[in-house]
Design a protein around this ligand. Structure first.
Ligand SMILES: *Cc1c(COP(=O)(O)O)cnc(C)c1O
Length: 396
């Protein structure tokens, strides 16, 4: 069984309810499903370890130092997940009881972290409406700021920004906007945390060193376990004093890990070997987007200006729902076999984001062959849906 983004289904279907006969499955649901390469596994296996709660794991220390340097911050810690990294950051910034944070209303922190900032961190989250590029209106943001002097309100202790923006389709927030954000926040003495789960994708897109991109924010979390291909782990970076607080909070949340160097080693390997190649994921994402767009199907919409990194959001109009399209990609029809030929058919896994949108994500294990087959399949299905709709319209 090959497991490099494309997998053979000879040992039974990886997709429940879809009996397969050896066809290829191209899995484009998320970059979180990326797996370590043989070279990464070999590197991990040979790492030196120690007890990291005693601060004695040499590989983890090396990773943290390297990550801090890359991010242009004083210090960094390795954390089990991005969700924990964001929560630790919020708790470390909001150490007074009456704190609130300002956060985009489509952000991961607001939507997909179970409200951890409130649930565990007892912090009020105030949403500000996200624009389609992942930014938000800075006047709106500033209007929400309040200080402890106002006895009626929580005091604004942090602003969070996401880059690249997941829900907005992997968009990169512009540097001029980040600088303006910093200027506004500085006037009020409010720090900025970046949820940079995919911030390396942003740096590659902008052609900037990471440290320069992060010059406008105080702290950052980034994931090693997504496009960078490590099996587990994220980094939280910021000022020394902040990281000291973060180490304590990580422990109470259960994130103090022992011989974690084997995992940290994967992160080290990823930072040395898998950053520049993110460019390929971006190029391939665009190729798929353009292939779909070229078909000019009136029921499918892709905003090409928003296809910037490794995430592609496809919108459906009319009677076609995201779920219908997703399910169809998990089926091979007789017609498809006849038209494309046995060696050119495949199953494609994507995620439905909302009722009318699907999400396609590229990452290092998807092969050139996998992309070719998946693009062909998607084009075939787009055409099929388009034709069906046209027929129905003629009848009506
Ligand atoms: C994936 C993701 C996270 C959380 O990372 P996990 O390691 O899955 O907990 C946070 N923010 C964004 C934008 C993400 O895409």
């Amino acid at each position: 069984m090959s497991s490099y983004g494309i997998s053979m289904s000879a040992y039974g279907s990886p997709i429940e309810g879809y009996p397969l006969g050896g066809e290829i499955v191209v899995d484009l649901r998320s970059d979180t499903i990326s797996k370590p390469t043989p070279e990464m596994k070999n590197f991990m296996f040979n790492c030196e370890v120690g007890d990291d709660v005693y601060l004695e794991d040499p590989t983890c220390k090396e990773l943290q130092e390297k990550a801090a340097k890359l991010a242009g911050k004083e210090a960094a810690i390795f954390v089990p997940s991005g969700t924990m990294g964001n929560l630790i950051a919020i708790m470390a910034h909001c150490d007074r009881r009456d704190s609130e944070i300002i956060v985009g209303d489509c952000s991961h922190i607001m939507l997909w972290e179970q409200g951890g900032a409130s649930q565990i961190g007892r912090v009020l989250m105030r949403g500000v409406r996200n624009n389609k590029d992942g930014t938000f209106d800075l006047d709106d943001m500033e209007a929400k700021f309040s200080t402890a002097e106002n006895i009626h309100c929580a005091s604004t202790s942090l602003v969070c920004v996401e880059n690249t923006h997941n829900y907005c389709g992997g968009t990169v927030v512009p540097m001029h906007w980040l600088r303006e954000l910093k200027a506004r926040c500085q006037q009020h003495n409010i720090p900025i945390h970046m949820d940079g789960a995919r911030v390396f994708n942003a740096a590659i897109y902008l052609g900037l060193p990471l440290a320069e991109l992060l010059g406008s924010v105080d702290t950052v979390m980034f994931c090693l376990s997504k496009g960078l291909g490590a099996p587990v782990g994220s980094i939280l970076a910021g000022p020394e004093e902040f990281i000291q607080k973060a180490i304590r909070i990580r422990k109470v949340l259960g994130g103090g890990m022992r011989q974690v160097g084997y995992l940290a080693g994967a992160g080290l390997y990823a930072l040395d070997n898998h950053v520049d190649r993110l460019r390929q994921d971006h190029d391939q994402t665009r190729i798929i987007a353009q292939a779909i767009n070229k078909m000019k199907c009136p029921f499918i919409e892709i905003d090409l200006s928003n296809v910037q990194t490794n995430i592609l959001v496809v919108n459906f109009r009319g009677n076609i729902t995201a779920e219908m399209f997703r399910q169809r990609l998990l089926t091979i029809t007789d017609e498809e076999l006849t038209v494309l030929g046995r060696n050119n058919v495949c199953y494609v896994r994507v995620s439905s984001l909302t009722e009318h949108t699907i999400r396609i994500v590229l990452y290092l294990n998807v092969t050139v062959e996998g992309i070719k087959l998946a693009t062909q399949k998607i084009a075939f299905v787009v055409k099929e849906f388009g034709c069906k709709m046209n027929k129905r319209m003629k009848v009506n």
